[in-house]
Design a binder for this molecule. Structure first.
Ligand code: ADP
Length: 336
């Protein structure tokens, strides 16, 4: 079963509706990028060193839940290095040849961004190793007796890989990245800054700062969710002909969308209730919970669990998923 969730951290078309022609919400430079300060520092050092050596930046692996700004970083590195970013994803590349066209077109220092790199087929990964290490690709011409391997030299480039599941990456691939960084959930104050900036880009009448605090606190530490909630609140305000976004209005709009004070939605609540009611608080295996809910276990692992773990409602033990004491005490809330 697939449900559309307003708090889903996965990209949805409405997230960028109306953006390409107007000013964009996506920050273009590291100075505009809010939060992830350790990553910012590491990137500044890596890019400055690379520039002084006149080399491309080291290959970079970014991991963490969706919507935290991995794609944005790829575009920022290209912008800061004065090069171009080519964007693709693991599932879009089915055979080695799919990558050859892009790799051979790239200019020195260009960025190849591969989203969901853990889903790269083995056949494509074979092409990626020599490309990353020696900036060359080997491809086989003809077949059978006449088969010969032709080596093609590439311009030095930077591969930026993004994944929600670093654990699924082969060790061989992981070891070829010079920098690996895990993105953290954002602090509410950082999300407030992102929302304030987005309000300007979207040309809203300055919202009540307390309203932005409220939206930030229900955004699951995720910029993509924060920006989506802001758009929904904006629509709600417009329909109610409100001059500006107030706390009451934001609260009403988000309640209407089924988002509670902690940023949990129906799917989160259903997930927690299954552990409580069907599995007696746990521990319960992920596959069993997924089957009871009629949901895909990968979706639960990628987009539901990380935030529940982060806010301490859920624990992952050897035996399975378990409600924490915090999870138990927030149960009356779940039933509200
Ligand atoms: P990911 O690739 O991790 O799924 P994206 O890079 O697509 O996430 O970011 C999702 C949305 O959040 C984009 O609209 C982007 O503009 C915004 N965003 C992400 N990180 C930041 C940040 N640090 N500062 C401002 N906006 C951000």
């Amino acid at each position: 079963m697939s449900r559309e969730r307003i708090v889903s951290a996965n990209h949805q078309p409405e997230d960028t509706a109306g953006e390409p022609t107007g000013p964009t919400i996506r920050p273009k430079t590291l100075d505009d990028y809010i939060g992830q300060s350790q990553l910012q520092t590491r990137l500044r050092i890596a890019m400055t060193a690379a520039k002084s050596r006149q080399e491309p930046t080291e290959h970079l692996l970014l991991h963490g839940p969706p919507g935290l700004g991995k794609t944005t970083i790829a575009h920022i590195v290209a912008e800061e290095m004065g090069t171009k970013a080519y964007v693709t994803s693991g599932p879009a590349l089915t055979k080695g040849a799919d990558l050859v066209g892009t790799l051979t077109r790239m200019q020195p220092g260009d960025i190849l961004f591969i989203d969901e790199i853990h889903r790269l087929p083995a056949a494509v990964e074979e092409y990626v190793y020599p490309a990353m290490e020696d900036f060359k690709i080997d491809f086989t011409l003809d077949a059978g007796m006449h088969a010969r391997v032709v080596t093609y030299r590439l311009q030095p480039f930077t591969l930026i890989g993004a994944t929600t599941r670093a654990g699924l990456l082969t060790a061989a691939l992981r070891s070829r990245f010079g920098i690996a960084h895990r993105l953290d959930f954002y602090e509410p104050s950082e999300l407030e800054q992102i929302l304030a900036r987005a309000s300007e880009v979207l040309n809203l009448n300055p919202p009540d700062p307390a309203a932005l605090t409220l939206i930030a606190s229900r955004s699951r530490g995720t910029p993509r969710v924060a920006l989506r909630l802001l758009r929904r609140v904006r629509d709600f305000a417009q329909v109610h002909q409100a001059q500006c976004i107030t706390t009451e209005l934001a609260d009403e709009a988000l309640r209407l969308e089924g988002v509670d004070e902690q940023g949990l939605d129906d799917l989160d609540r259903a997930y927690l209730k299954v552990i409580r009611d069907v599995y007696d608080g746990g521990p319960a295996g992920l596959e069993a919970i997924a089957a009871t809910l009629g949901e895909d276990s990968g979706t639960l692992e990628d987009v539901v669990e990380p935030y529940l773990l982060q806010i301490g409602l859920l624990a992952r033990t050897r035996q399975g998923r378990q409600l924490t004491s915090g999870g138990q005490t927030s149960l009356p809330l779940l039933d509200a």
